[in-house]
Ligand binder design. Structure first.
Ligand code: ADP
Ligand code: MG
Length: 600
C-alpha cells in the first residue's frame, strides 16, 4: 500500500476527460467507428452508403449517405451525450427497431478524432458543416452540399495515445473494417454499399435486395459455385434464410466465413455454430463448414440482445429447440438433390455459368477426384479481386424450395466396373458407389440396433470363434461385462473376453455370417485396450470404422441385390454419404449432358 491513492481529493473529471473515457465503450477501433456511422446512415433511411477508409481507418474514415440529413438547428444537439432522435420514453426500449439508440456514437467519435460532419435535409436550401476536434467544436457554418450526411473522422485516437498504441497494423484494421461493412451490406441488401480502401473500390453492391448477388459481390464469385440456399420457418414465427457450402466440394476456400444475423443484427453465436456442425455431421465437411451466411428471425421477446454493449452476442429462451430448427433447415439444404456432387464439364462457358432459376448451384467436382478414395483437401488461394458490379458474376440458385433427393424414385440401370451402380430419375443420371452405399446401410442399421431396446439377432448353431489380439483382451471382470454389454447392444452374444479367443453365439439378424465376422474383427481391432465405448458418439465412431472393414467392393450384385440395396438406402436417414463422408451418389443432370453434347 502506498497510501497516496487515498490522500488525493475526489474531484469530478473535467468533461473532456470523462468524454474520452466514455468514448472507449463505443469506439474501440476504426471498424467500430465505421459500424456506428453506417448504422446511423441506415437509421436515417439511406438507400446508398459509401464508406471510404485510409490507413486502415486510423487516418481517415468517411461515411456518406443519402439519408434524411440533420436539420441545421439540431446539428450540435446530435453531438451531446445521450442525445438521440430515436428514443423518447423508457417504454420505447422494448420496441427498438433502429440500430442505435443510446445516443453516444457521435459524441464518442468526436471526442477521440478530428471530425467533420456535412449534412442537409431535403427541405433545407443549404446544408451545414460542423468541425469538432477532440470533442471541442471548432466551427459551424452553412455549406452547399447534397441531401444526406457525410461524416469524416480523421486521426482517430490522436488525443488518446494509450489507445492509439493498441491499434494494429493498417492491414489488420482495414480487414476489420471490410468485415464490418461486408456484414452490414449483406444484412441490408436493399441499400447500395460502396467500400473504398486507400482509393480503390473494394466492392459496390447493387441495392436491389438480392442477397445472393451481394454475397458474390462481397466475397467473390468463386464462393457462389458451392453455395446452397437455406430456407425454413416454423409455427413459432421463427425463420431462417441464407446460404451454406455444399458438401463434397473438397476444395473449399481456406478460410471459413461464418456470418450470422439475428433480426438483422450481425451476431456471433455458439448456438448457430453448434447447429451447423451438427447439420454437416457425416459429410466431408465435418467440423469445417467453409461458408455459412444465415439470417435468423426470431420474435424479439424470445431473445436478449442487450447482454453485450456491442450488441453482438445473443441469448435465446429455448436453445435446444432453436438449435434443432437450424440444424434441420441446413440439413435439408445439404441433403437436397442440388447438394449432390455433380460431374464437372471442363467446357468454358461464355455466358454466366449459372443462370437464373433452376440453374444448378451444386458444386462442380472433378469426377476423377471423386471416384478416387483418396480425398485431399487443398485450399484455394484467397482471391481479393476488385469487383465493381455484379453483372458478370454467376447467379446463385435462388429457388428456395429444395427438390428433395428421393432414392426410392431412382430406376437402377445396371452396374459398371463391378463397383458403380448406374441409375436415373426424371431429370438426372446417377452413379452410386456400391461400397459406400453398403457401408451407409450397415452403419445405420447397427446404430438403430444400438439405440433400440429390442435387438434383432440370429442364434448360431455352431458358435463363431474370434481370436483376440493381446490389446483387446479384457483385463478386469468389469471390462469383460462392459464389452459384452456393448456387443449385446449391437446384436452380438459373446463370451470369454479374458482369453485369447472369444465365442460368439448370436450375430445381428441383418448380417451374413461373413459380414458379422468381419465387422466384429474390425470392431475389436478398433477398440483401445479392451474398453467399450461409453456413449452414442463414441459407439458411432467405432461402428463406422468397423463397417469399412466389413464391406468389400467388387461383390457381385444382380438386379435383385441392387434393388434391395437401393430400397435399404431409401430407408436411410442420410443416403448421401458413407459414414466416413465419401459420397454415395454423383449426379449428372440432363442439363449437364446437354451441355456436354453442345446442345446448349
Ligand atoms: P443514436 O444513433 O444512438 O441516436 P448517435 O450519437 O449515433 O446516437 O447519433 C445521434 C443523433 O444524430 C441520431 O439520433 C440522429 O438523430 C442524428 N444522426 C446521426 N447520424 C445521422 C445521419 N447519418 N443521418 C441523419 N441523422 C443522423
Ligand atoms: Mg447511432
Amino acid at each position: 500500500m502506498t497510501g497516496n491513492m487515498n490522500s488525493e481529493k475526489i474531484l469530478e473529471l473535467p468533461p473532456h476527460i470523462a468524454e474520452k473515457i466514455a468514448a472507449g465503450e463505443v469506439v474501440t477501433d476504426p471498424a467500430s467507428v465505421v459500424k456506428e456511422l453506417v448504422e446511423n446512415s441506415m437509421d436515417a433511411g439511406a438507400s446508398a452508403i459509401t464508406v471510404e477508409i485510409g490507413g486502415g481507418g486510423k487516418s481517415l474514415i468517411r461515411v456518406t449517405d443519402n439519408g434524411s440529413g440533420i436539420p441545421a438547428e439540431q446539428v450540435r444537439t446530435a453531438f451531446l451525450r445521450h442525445a438521440t432522435s430515436k428514443l423518447r420514453d423508457i417504454s420505447d426500449l422494448d420496441r427498438i427497431s433502429t440500430l442505435g439508440f443510446r445516443g453516444e456514437a457521435l459524441t464518442s467519435i468526436a471526442a477521440v478524432s478530428r471530425l467533420e460532419l456535412y449534412t442537409k435535409t431535403a427541405e433545407a436550401s443549404a446544408g451545414v458543416v460542423i468541425r469538432i476536434e477532440g470533442g471541442a467544436v471548432i466551427s459551424e457554418k452553412p455549406v452547399g452540399t447534397a441531401d444526406g450526411t457525410t461524416v469524416i473522422a480523421s486521426d482517430i485516437f490522436f488525443n488518446t495515445p494509450a489507445r492509439l498504441k493498441f491499434m494494429k497494423s493498417d492491414r489488420v484494421e482495414s480487414a476489420r473494417v471490410i468485415d464490418a461493412v461486408s456484414r452490414l451490406s449483406l444484412c441490408r441488401a436493399d441499400v447500395r454499399f460502396r467500400l473504398i480502401n486507400n482509393g480503390a473500390v473494394l466492392f459496390s453492391t447493387q441495392g436491389r435486395g438480392d442477397t445472393a448477388a451481394n454475397i458474390l459481390t462481397v466475397y467473390g464469385a468463386e464462393i457462389g459455385k458451392t453455395l446452397l440456399p437455406v430456407h425454413a420457418e416454423n409455427e413459432d414465427n421463427i425463420s431462417i434464410d441464407g446460404y451454406v457450402s455444399a458438401p463434397y466440394t473438397g476444395a473449399g476456400s481456406g478460410r471459413k466465413k461464418h456470418i450470422f444475423f439475428i433480426n438483422e443484427r450481425s451476431v456471433h453465436s455458439k448456438l448457430i455454430e453448434k447447429a451447423l456442425t451438427e447439420a454437416y455431421r457425416e459429410t466431408p465437411l465435418i467440423g469445417a463448414v467453409p461458408v455459412a451466411i444465415l439470417f435468423l428471425r426470431v420474435p424479439p421477446e424470445r431473445l436478449d440482445i442487450n447482454i453485450h454493449p456491442a450488441k453482438s452476442e445473443v441469448r435465446f429462451d429455448d436453445e435446444p429447440a432453436l438449435t434443432a430448427f437450424i440444424t434441420g433447415a441446413v440439413q435439408s439444404a445439404v441433403r437436397s438433390k442440388a447438394a449432390l456432387p455433380t460431374v464437372k464439364s471442363s467446357e468454358k462457358r461464355t455466358a454466366a455459368p449459372l443462370e437464373g432459376v433452376g440453374a444448378q448451384s451444386a458444386p462442380f467436382v472433378d469426377i476423377k477426384y471423386l471416384l478416387s478414395t483418396e480425398r485431399e483437401k487443398h485450399a484455394a488461394p484467397e482471391t481479393n479481386t476488385l469487383m465493381e458490379d455484379a453483372e458478370e458474376i454467376p447467379v446463385i440458385e435462388k429457388e428456395r424450395v429444395h427438390k428433395p433427393f428421393d432414392v426410392a424414385a431412382l430406376i437402377p440401370m445396371g452396374r459398371i466396373f463391378s463397383t458403380y451402380i448406374i441409375s436415373r430419375d426424371d431429370d438426372s443420371f446417377y452413379f452410386a458407389d456400391q461400397h459406400a452405399a453398403h457401408e451407409r446401410v450397415m452403419y445405420e442399421r447397427l446404430m438403430r440396433q444400438y439405440l433400440n431396446c429390442e435387438k434383432l439377432c440370429q442364434q448360431l448353431i455352431t458358435p463363431l470363434v474370434i481370436e483376440l489380439p493381446h490389446a483387446a483382451r479384457a483385463t478386469a471382470p468389469e471390462d469383460e461385462t462392459a464389452m459384452r454389454a456393448f456387443l449385446a447392444d449391437l446384436g452380438y452374444e459373446a463370451e470369454d473376453f479374458g482369453s485369447n479367443a472369444c465365442k460368439i453365439n448370436a450375430v445381428p439378424a441383418f448380417m451374413s455370417l461373413s459380414e458379422a465376422e468381419d465387422f466384429l474383427t474390425g470392431l475389436i481391432d478398433g477398440l483401445p485396450a479392451g474398453s467399450s465405448p461409453r456413449d452414442k458418439a463414441a459407439a458411432g465412431r467405432v461402428i463406422s470404422a468397423a463397417c469399412k472393414a466389413a464391406v468389400k467392393s467388387g461383390d457381385k450384385l444382380g438386379d435383385a441385390e441392387i434393388a434391395a440395396l437401393f430400397s435399404d438406402l431409401a430407408a436411410c436417414e442420410n443416403p448421401y454419404a458413407c459414414p466416413h463422408g465419401r459420397p454415395v451418389f454423383i449426379r449428372l443432370t440432363k442439363r449437364d449432358i446437354e451441355r456436354l453434347f453442345k446442345r446448349r
